[in-house]
Design a protein around this ligand. Structure first.
Ligand code: ADP
Length: 286
C-alpha cells in the first residue's frame, strides 16, 4: 500500500441522461438524473483507494451546501482532505453534464467560482509520509512553483502530471515530473494525429503515456514506445472518468515497479472495466 497525494479539484457533477443530445433552443426531458462527486484528481484518488492505496487530496473546499456530497463520497473511500484549503465564500466547481443515450457522448457546461490551490498552501503540507504525488495539469504558474519546491526539498519523491487540456504555457511543466499522462484531446489540439506521434516528439528523457479512447493507450520510456489495446466491457455504460481511472491504474502499477508495458495493460484493463459501470464505486470487486 502506498500513500498518495493528489493536487487538483473536486466537483459536483449533475448528470442528466438524455435520449439524444438536444438541438439548440430545444427543451427535452431527462431520462434520469444523478448527482455525484467528480473532478480528475479526486476521481483518480477514489480509484487508487480501491486498489489498496491511501489517498490524500490537496485542493480547495468551499464551505457551502454542495460540498457535503463531495465530502461524504471522499470519506467513504477513506480519502483524507485535511490538506485542503477551506474558504467561506464562492461555489464548489459544478459540471452540468448531458449524457446522450444515443451516442454515449457527454457534453459538459462547467461553472466555477473557486480559486485554485496555491503554492503557498502546498508548501505547508508535510510531504514526508508520501510515496507519490499526482497533479492535474491546471494552474500552470503555481504548479511550476510546486514542482521546483518538490525537486529542491523532496528530490526522491516521484510525481506525475496529467495533461488533459492545452493550457497556456503548460509545456513549461514537462521537464519536472517522473511521468506525464497525456490525453487524446491534448494531442489532437497540438496537431498530432496519433498518440505515438505526440510521444515521439517529446524530449527522450521524458516518460509519458497518451490515451486514445477505444483504441487503448501508448507510452514512452527511454525513447521506447509500447502500446496496449483497449479492453471494452460487454456494454459501454459510462466513459466519464475513464482517463482518471487509467491514470490511477498506471500510478499503482508504476509504484509496484511493473514494466511500462505491464503498467499500460493494467491501466487499460481497469479503465475498460470502469466503462462498463456507472461511476467509480465497487470498481474492483463489483
Ligand atoms: P478520457 O476519459 O480522458 O476522455 P480516454 O477516452 O482516452 O480518456 O480513455 C482512457 C482509457 O480508457 C483508454 O486508454 C482506454 O483504455 C479506456 N477506454 C476509453 N473508452 C473506452 C471504450 N469505449 N472501450 C474500452 N476502453 C475504453
Amino acid at each position: 500500500m502506498a500513500n498518495i497525494l493528489a493536487v487538483g479539484i473536486a466537483t459536483l457533477d449533475i448528470i442528466n441522461t438524455v435520449e439524444s443530445y438536444p438541438a439548440e433552443d430545444e427543451e427535452v426531458r431527462a431520462l434520469s438524473q444523478r448527482q455525484a462527486r467528480g473532478g480528475n484528481a479526486t476521481n483518480t484518488l477514489v480509484v487508487l483507494s480501491q486498489l489498496g492505496h491511501h489517498g490524500c487530496w490537496a485542493g480547495v473546499i468551499i464551505d457551502e451546501p454542495d460540498v457535503q456530497l463531495i465530502k461524504q463520497d471522499l470519506a467513504s473511500f477513506n480519502i483524507d482532505f485535511s490538506a485542503c484549503t477551506v474558504l467561506n465564500s464562492g461555489k464548489m466547481p459544478t459540471s452540468y453534464i448531458s449524457l446522450s443515450k444515443e451516442s454515449g457522448s457527454r457534453t459538459i457546461v462547467h461553472h466555477r467560482d473557486c480559486p485554485e490551490f496555491s503554492f503557498t498552501d502546498f508548501q505547508k503540507i508535510d510531504l514526508q509520509p508520501f510515496d507519490w504525488v499526482h497533479f492535474e495539469g491546471r494552474n500552470v504558474d503555481e504548479t511550476l512553483n510546486m514542482f521546483k519546491w518538490l525537486k529542491q526539498h523532496y528530490p526522491d519523491l516521484p510525481f506525475s502530471l496529467e495533461v488533459e487540456k492545452p493550457r497556456a504555457n503548460i509545456e513549461s511543466l514537462f521537464d519536472y515530473p517522473h511521468f506525464l499522462m497525456f490525453s487524446q484531446q491534448y494531442a489532437l489540439a497540438k496537431g498530432y494525429e496519433t498518440a505515438s506521434a505526440l510521444l515521439q516528439a517529446l524530449p527522450t528523457t521524458i516518460s509519458a503515456s497518451c490515451t486514445w479512447g477505444e483504441l487503448g493507450a501508448w507510452a514512452i520510456n527511454n525513447a521506447n514506445i509500447v502500446s496496449s489495446p483497449a479492453y471494452p466491457p460487454a456494454n459501454i455504460v459510462d466513459t466519464l472518468g475513464a482517463g482518471d481511472t487509467f491514470n490511477a491504474g498506471l500510478i499503482s502499477a508504476l509504484l509496484q515497479q511493473k514494466t511500462i508495458k505491464q503498467a499500460l495493460t493494467q491501466a487499460c484493463q481497469l479503465a475498460g472495466h470502469k466503462c462498463g459501470q456507472l461511476g467509480f464505486a465497487n470498481l474492483i470487486n463489483g
